[in-house]
Write a protein that binds this ligand. Structure first.
Ligand SMILES: Nc1ncnc2c1ncn2[C@@H]1O[C@H](COP(=O)(O)OP(=O)(O)OP(=O)(O)O)[C@@H](O)[C@H]1O
Ligand SMILES: [Mg+2]
Length: 498
C-alpha cells in the first residue's frame, strides 16, 4: 500500500483540532507536494523532512509524494507537522510496522539532523488527544508541560531515528513522570509590609474576595504599585482546571511554558508604551496578549492615563465578557481574558493634588485634561475606586506593627468568601450576569432606598448600579452574611466615587 495516515493536531488559539496527515506515494517524476491550506512554515516542512530522513539514514522515496493535511479548511501553522509527515512517508513505504501508530497522535518539528524539536501548544494538544482517547508522541522538551494533563499517555522522544527504532522493536515507552502539584503563590511580597493604607487594604481584600476590578489613585510613592503587587497573593488558590487553562495560555504564548509558574495566579504589568497587539493579542498566527496572559490573575496598568486611549477602549469588551475575539483576515480566534484589572494613577500631572501640604502646582485645566484621558465607559467598568494618601513618615520609620495582617491570613478570608460564591452561584460575584444578580442578591427596602438615592445623587449608571450590588455581595460574603444589607451597600457605594 502506498497510502498512509498519521494523526496530528493543529493549533488555533487554544484549540488543538485533529488533523489527519495523509501521505500518498504515486508514479511520476519525484516531487513532494503539501496540500490542505498550509502556511509558509508548513510548506517548508518538505525540506526539513527530506533532510531529517536522509541524514537519519532512511531512504527518501523517488516518487511523486502528495501530502494532504485534512480538514483542508483549517489553517495550519509551524513545524508541528514535520514529524507526522516524516512518519507518514516511512509508513507509506512500509518502512514502519503497519498499524504501529493506530492509537497514537504525533507532534513535533524536525531539525535537519532528525532531532525532534519542541513546538508551542503541546499542553492543549495533549489535553485534546487524551479526550479523544489516544496517546501522544511528542518532543521530549515538551514533556514538562504536557504531563500537567494527568490522564495523558505521553511518549516523549528526542530523535527521529530513536523513535523509528522504538516503533520497530515495539519498545515505545510511556512517560511515567507524575504531574507536579500546583505550588502555592510563591510571591515573597506580603501585605504586612505595607504600612497604614487601611482603606486600600480593605478594598484589596474585597477585590480579591469577589474578583472585582480596582483603581488606586494617589501621589507618587504612596504605595500603589506595592499594593497592586500583593493582590495575586490574596486571591483564592487556582483550581486545577483554572491552573491548566493558565498553563495552556502560556504554552501557546511568545513567552512559552514555564514550569515554575504552574499553579500561580498570573500577574501581568505591561508598560504603557506596549502596543495594542501586545496588550490584547494578535498577529498573523494570533497569539495571546497581556490580557489573556492575565487570565485568572491580575492585569496591573500602572500610570493608567498614560496608556493610549484607543488601547484602553479595547479593554472595555473583555472587561464585561471575559473573552477577546481577534479577527485577522478571514480568521477568528477567541481567547479567554478573565483578568482582574488593577489600575494605578496620580490624581494630577504632578501627582500632589489634594495633598494636605498643598504641594500641587497643576493648573485646573491641566488636571481636567489629565483625568479626561480616561473614558467614562472604562471608569464605569471599575468596581472599586480608592484614594491612597501619602503615608506619614513616622508610620514608615516606626518599627513594623506586630498586628499587621499577613497575606496568608487575609487569603483565608477571601477564600472562604469565594467558596460561598461558588456554592451559591458557581462563579465569582464579579462574573455574575444581571439575571444572576436578581436571583442571588435579593435587596430589602433599605438597600433599594440607598441605591435609589445613589442613582440620583451620584448619577450612577445601570452598569454602575449592578457593580455596586456585586461589591455589596462580596462585602457580605466576607462577613459571612447570607443577606446583603444596607450597611454592605453603603460601604460598596463609598468605593464608587473617590
Ligand atoms: N504604605 C507603605 N508602607 C511601606 N512602604 C511604603 C509605603 N508606601 C510606599 N512605600 C515605600 O515606597 C516605595 C515606593 O512605593 P510605590 O512604588 O508602591 O509607590 P507608588 O504609589 O506606586 O508611586 P508612583 O506613583 O511613583 O508609581 C516602596 O517600594 C516602599 O519602599
Ligand atoms: Mg507606582
Amino acid at each position: 500500500m502506498s497510502l498512509a495516515t498519521v494523526r496530528a493536531r493543529a493549533q488555533n488559539g487554544l484549540v488543538a483540532d485533529e488533523v489527519v496527515v495523509e501521505v500518498h506515494l504515486g508514479n511520476g517524476l519525484p516531487a513532494l507536494n503539501i496540500v490542505g491550506l498550509p502556511e509558509a512554515a508548513v510548506r517548508e516542512a518538505k525540506d526539513r523532512v527530506r533532510a531529517a530522513l536522509t541524514v537519519s539514514g532512511f531512504s527518501f522515496p523517488q516518487q511523486r509524494i502528495t501530502i494532504n493535511l485534512a480538514p483542508a479548511d483549517l489553517p495550519k501553522f509551524g513545524g508541528r507537522f514535520d514529524l507526522p509527515i516524516a512518519l507518514g512517508i516511512l509508513l507509506a513505504q512500509q518502512a514502519l510496522p503497519a498499524g504501529c501508530l493506530d492509537d497514537l497522535e504525533v507532534l513535533g518539528e524536525l531539525s535537519l539532523s532528525g532531532e525532534i524539536r519542541p513546538v508551542p501548544g503541546a499542553l492543549p494538544a495533549a489535553l485534546q488527544a487524551t479526550e479523544s482517547g489516544r496517546g501522544l508522541i511528542l518532543p521530549a522538551a515538551n514533556l514538562a508541560e504536557a504531563r500537567l494533563c494527568r490522564a495523558a499517555a505521553l511518549y516523549p522522544m528526542h530523535h527521529l531515528s530513536a523513535l523509528v527504532a522504538a516503533l520497530h522493536q515495539g519498545t515505545l515507552t510511556r512517560a511515567d513522570t507524575p504531574a507536579p502539584v500546583p505550588a502555592s503563590q510563591m510571591d515573597a511580597a506580603d501585605l504586612a509590609d505595607v504600612r497604614g493604607q487601611h482603606q486600600a487594604k480593605r478594598a484589596l481584600e474585597i477585590a480579591a474576595a469577589g474578583g472585582h476590578s480596582l483603581r488606586l489613585i494617589g501621589p507618587p510613592g504612596a504605595g500603589k504599585s506595592m499594593l497592586a503587587a500583593r493582590l495575586p497573593g490574596l486571591l483564592p488558590p487556582l483550581t486545577e482546571a483554572e491552573a491548566l487553562s493558565v498553563a495552556s495560555i502560556r504554552s501557546i504564548s511568545h513567552e512559552g511554558f514555564d514550569a515554575r509558574l504552574w499553579g500561580q495566579r498570573p500577574y501581568r504589568a505591561p508598560h504603557h508604551t506596549a502596543s495594542g497587539v501586545a496588550l490584547v493579542g494578535g498577529g498573523a498566527q494570533p497569539r495571546p496578549g497581556e490580557i489573556t496572559l492575565a487570565h485568572h490573575g491580575v492585569l496591573f496598568l500602572d500610570e493608567l492615563p498614560e496608556f493610549p486611549r484607543a488601547v484602553l477602549d479595547v479593554l472595555r469588551e473583555p472587561l464585561e465578557s471575559g473573552v477577546i475575539d481577534i479577527s485577522r483576515a478571514a480568521r477568528k480566534v477567541r481567547f479567554p481574558a478573565q483578568f482582574q484589572l488593577v489600575a494605578a494613577m496620580n490624581p494630577c500631572p504632578c501627582g500632589h493634588l489634594g495633598d494636605p501640604r498643598g504641594q500641587c502646582r497643576c493648573m485646573p485645566d491641566q488636571v481636567s485634561r489629565y483625568q479626561g484621558r480616561l473614558s467614562g465607559p472604562l471608569l464605569d467598568r471599575i468596581d472599586l475606586h480608592i484614594t491612597v494618601p501619602r503615608v506619614d513618615e513616622t508610620a514608615l520609620l516606626d518599627a513594623a506593627p506586630r498586628d499587621a495582617e499577613r497575606t496568608s491570613v487575609v487569603q483565608q478570608r477571601t477564600t472562604a468568601a469565594r467558596d460561598r460564591q461558588l456554592a451559591r452561584q458557581g462563579k465569582s460575584n464579579a462574573a455574575m450576569s444581571t439575571r444572576e444578580i436578581d436571583q442571588h442578591v435579593p435587596l430589602d427596602t433599605a438597600c433599594r432606598a440607598l441605591l435609589q438615592r445613589a442613582v440620583e445623587q451620584l448619577g450612577l449608571t445601570a452598569r454602575g448600579l449592578h457593580r455596586v450590588i456585586k461589591v455589596g455581595r462580596s462585602i457580605a460574603d466576607l462577613a459571612g452574611d447570607r443577606q446583603v444589607t444596607a450597611t454592605h451597600i453603603a460601604e460598596a457605594l463609598r468605593y464608587r466615587a473617590p
